[in-house]
Design a protein around this ligand. Structure first.
Ligand SMILES: CC(C)(COP(=O)(O)OP(=O)(O)OC[C@H]1O[C@@H](n2cnc3c(N)ncnc32)[C@H](O)[C@@H]1OP(=O)(O)O)[C@@H](O)C(=O)NCCC(=O)NCCS
Length: 145
């Protein structure tokens, strides 16, 4: 059974494994702990049974504006509604906090994520030339409440 709940530091090993698998990044532990400290309810994990299979991490980037820093689901668990469960819980949290907009960046080539976000009412607002360290362009996407 799928459960979405706030991140806790015990989730660090599975969360960093998902980041390696899904985002091909290796971030220091301190980054996750900082994000957790900045906005506890904006860092959510999805648990299937006793395994963490996806997560969403966001910060409040300006008054009433949230920014999704990372959203990822383990490859084998995709297309089962886990990303949606995380996004639904996150948008509910934003509404409770009086957030008026959510922004994020996505690789221009990441069609599946762009489709996912578009389905959630996000729109591309800007092209971000060479936004990623490997030189790929990104899109800024934004959703208003
Ligand atoms: C983007 C991501 C989080 C979506 O998670 P998910 O659990 O697969 O999403 P869901 O099952 O809730 O999908 C919801 C809808 O999004 C769209 N969608 C998701 N993945 C898609 C894909 N590969 N191709 C087309 N549409 C897709 C579909 O409309 C889907 O609904 P459907 O399955 O009923 O057709 C996941 O693909 C992922 O972890 N990708 C790698 C990491 C990443 O790119 N993160 C975003 C970086 S900004």
């Amino acid at each position: 059974m799928l459960r979405v709940r706030p991140f806790s530091p015990q989730d660090l090993p599975p969360v960093s494994a998902i980041v390696r698998d899904a985002l091909r990044e290796n971030y220091p532990t301190s980054l996750y702990l900082d994000i957790h400290r900045w906005w506890r309810d904006g860092f959510l994990v999805a648990e299937e049974g006793s395994s963490v299979v996806g997560f969403l991490a966001a910060v409040v980037s300006a008054p009433q504006l949230a920014r999704v820093l990372m959203l990822a689901v383990y490859g084998t668990w995709r297309r089962r509604g886990i990303g949606s469960a995380l996004m639904d819980a996150f948008l509910k949290e934003c509404a409770m906090r009086g957030i008026h907009g959510v922004e994020l960046e996505v690789r221009k080539s990441n069609d599946s994520a762009i489709r996912f976000y578009t389905r959630y009412g996000f729109e591309i607002t800007n092209l971000l030339p060479k936004f990623y360290t490997d030189g790929e362009d990104g899109y800024k996407m934004r959703r208003h409440f």
